[in-house]
Design a protein around this ligand. Structure first.
Ligand code: MG
Ligand code: MG
Length: 248
């Protein structure tokens, strides 16, 4: 069942979303060669709690940290730890918060120092595909229009769009219906309605769309070892069009 949110509930979700956006901005200021993923995770947890919110990923289905941190060929769900971030890497950081019982969820990929042109183009296109999807998140559109718009931008640039993982409805739970694929026909899926809130999150690979899971049971990696990027926003469908909740 797809849960519709009242305007009042969407305003609470905007607060949860803003905390996530502020957290990612702080990560962007902090990330540099030499810092460990565990140090970034500690910063994320401390900041979210300082805002009176709860890190949504911590202990979610047993996930051991507050941020998912995924480097280069890691797609999503990387577990922070002792790994030292290096110049030239691209680092996807996914953060969730719970504020007054509502969730916010957003991710972005950061360039560390100087990165090569292939990685820079991949990041730029992934964010562009997210924005193309968001632009279709409108009352009366089919959900498939969001999916198809993301896919068209990413595959149009020659990249692989991950199929095994998808976006999701969000509200009082992090993962609600509907699933929000980053591929598919514009005719597919439910009709979008004012009051729906969805997390749109393209994961775009430089090479094949295929992914594998690492032995830690969490980390997804590209099947061909090439880099991947991930951008995500929590978006409310309103009478005035898409309303991105995970912004400053
Ligand atoms: Mg996320
Ligand atoms: Mg998500």
């Amino acid at each position: 069942m797809i849960t519709l949110k009242s305007p009042e509930e969407i305003e609470i979700m905007r607060k949860a979303g803003r905390i996530v956006a502020e957290t990612l901005a702080l990560v962007g200021e902090t990330i540099k060669p030499g810092i460990t993923t565990g140090e970034i995770d500690a910063l994320v947890e401390e900041f979210i709690r300082s805002k009176g919110a709860i890190p949504a990923f911590k202990d979610y289905q047993g996930f051991p940290a507050s941020a998912c941190i995924s480097i280069d060929s890691e797609v999503v769900h990387g577990i922070p730890g002792k790994r030292i971030i290096q110049e030239g890497e691209i680092v996807s950081v996914d953060v969730g918060s719970i504020f007054e019982e509502f969730y916010g969820d957003s991710a972005r990929t950061f360039a560390v120092g100087e990165i090569d042109g292939d990685k820079a183009a991949l990041m730029e296109c992934t964010e562009k595909s997210l924005m193309a999807g968001i632009d279709k998140a409108r009352n009366g559109n089919k959900l498939g229009q969001v999916s198809a718009a993301v896919q068209e931008v990413a595959e149009g640039a020659g990249y692989g769009v991950v199929r095994q993982l998808v976006g999701h409805g969000i509200g009082r739970r992090m993962h609600e219906e509907p699933q929000v694929p980053n591929f598919g026909s514009a005719d597919d899926g439910p009709m979008l309605k004012t009051g729906m809130v969805i997390a749109i999150e393209p994961m775009v690979n430089l090479g094949t769309y295929k992914v594998n899971t690492m032995p830690d049971g969490w980390t997804f990696v590209t099947a061909d070892g090439k880099p991947s990027a991930h951008f995500e926003h929590t978006v409310a469908i309103t009478d005035n069009g898409p309303d991105i909740l995970t912004v400053l």
